[in-house]
Design a protein around this ligand. Structure first.
Ligand code: ZN
Length: 375
């Protein structure tokens, strides 16, 4: 018996063949509060039971559309109506507003053949809500093999070595593994045979990513996703537990692999733009504003630079007034193509330049300095 039988029946009525995936599994999520306007919003970590069918909008015949059992239900605390809990894997499809409206129309209409009035919104299954910004512990549904247990000719090892990562460090510090097996029951099955990247926050694993092994594919054209992500990316900074309390700059990078390159004091946003929550985390991790924050970006990626400027202005909006720098790494090279040593000396050089400038300008302005010179 499915969790939202009425919704399931409606889907069958309108679309024919509908498969139930993750039957009986409840949706999981938590509520966050926007610090600017106090608006609550619901963040789903997993949709739980969902109904899978051919998408009626894009002519798909491969069962690429999924509707969560929570679709159309009202979440009481956030007032969230859950009408966005459907997904067509052909992404353009989902972004068409008229499709969204049509699906909503279809599913909020009565099923005439059954001769009764059904109201999807009236049925509200229980949602597990974590009532704080603290993220719940993530679980991994399959079998992992730590890098240290893999033979040296294993493709995961060969790939990581080809990119000059330190296998021992990835194993010991970042707890990187190889995803050996995942049961076919759930959506995570796509992560099989990838590199497992656990994401920790205050020493608890709150999520994980699965990185495709290799770079010799055109990720955009082939539709292969470089990373599969199983947590709300905007709520976390990767490697945040390894930011120290010295005055060494906090270095902000895009992805987990950039962090491996730089090491301690580098955190990744899982993208180019920092969310409000990530801005708060950056300020907290900067020893409450006493540690410089440097954005390390690919100098040839205009969008990344643009977003870095926006991140800086967000930091300032939140009251961060210490040294902030954008470091564009030039000429077709992203930070991952540099060695750790090069990156560290670059960051150190910028930091001392800033300090020199600051010292000079305060010498000029400070009457005490003048007095010392005169006496
Ligand atoms: Zn579609």
């Amino acid at each position: 018996m499915s969790l939202n039988f009425l919704l399931y029946k409606k889907l069958v009525h309108h679309f024919g063949q509908v498969d139930v995936k993750c039957e009986g599994e409840e949706a999981k999520g938590y509520i966050t509060v926007d610090p600017f306007n106090g608006r609550k919003s619901m963040n789903y970590i997993s949709w739980g039971e969902r109904y899978v069918m051919d998408c009626p909008f894009c002519g798909d015949t491969r069962g690429r559309m999924a509707v969560s059992h929570m679709y159309g239900t009202k979440e009481i605390d956030s007032n969230y109506n859950n009408y966005s809990l459907w997904k067509c894997l052909n992404e353009e499809c989902q972004s068409v507003p008229s499709y969204r409206d049509r699906l909503q129309d279809i599913l909020s209409t009565n099923i005439s053949t059954v001769g009764r009035k059904y109201n999807v919104g009236a049925y509200s299954p229980k949602v597990k809500i974590v009532r704080s910004i603290d993220l719940p512990t993530a679980e991994f549904p399959g079998v992992l093999k730590p890098l240290a247990e893999l033979p040296s000719d294993h493709r995961a090892i060969q790939y990581l070595e080809s990119r000059s990562y330190d296998i021992k460090e990835l194993n010991d510090i970042y707890k990187i593994s190889y995803i050996d097996h995942i049961p076919t029951r759930c959506r995570e099955v796509m992560a099989k045979d990838r590199i497992f990247i656990p994401v920790y926050h205050r020493e608890v694993m709150v999520g994980w990513q699965a990185r495709f092994i290799g770079d010799n594919v055109n990720f955009k054209k082939s539709g292969i996703q470089k990373y599969l992500t199983f947590f709300p990316k905007s709520q976390i900074l990767y490697n945040i537990d390894r930011v120290d309390t010295t005055d060494a700059p906090l270095v902000v990078v895009e992805g987990a692999t950039d962090t491996w390159r730089y090491g301690d004091n580098a955190v990744a946003m899982f993208g180019k733009a920092a969310s409000t929550r990530q801005i708060q985390l950056l300020i907290e991790s900067s020893s409450k504003g006493e540690k410089p924050i440097y954005f390390l970006v690919d100098g040839d990626d205009a969008e990344a630079i643009n977003e870095a400027y926006k991140n800086v202005s967000k930091l300032i909006t939140f009251g961060f007034s210490y040294d902030i720098q954008i470091l564009p790494i030039s000429k077709g090279k992203d930070p991952a193509n540099f060695s750790r040593l090069t990156l560290h000396s670059l960051v150190q050089k910028i930091k001392s330049d800033v300090e020199d400038k600051y010292a000079e300008s305060s010498k000029e302005k400070s009457p005490d300095a003048n007095t010392t010179v005169l006496s």
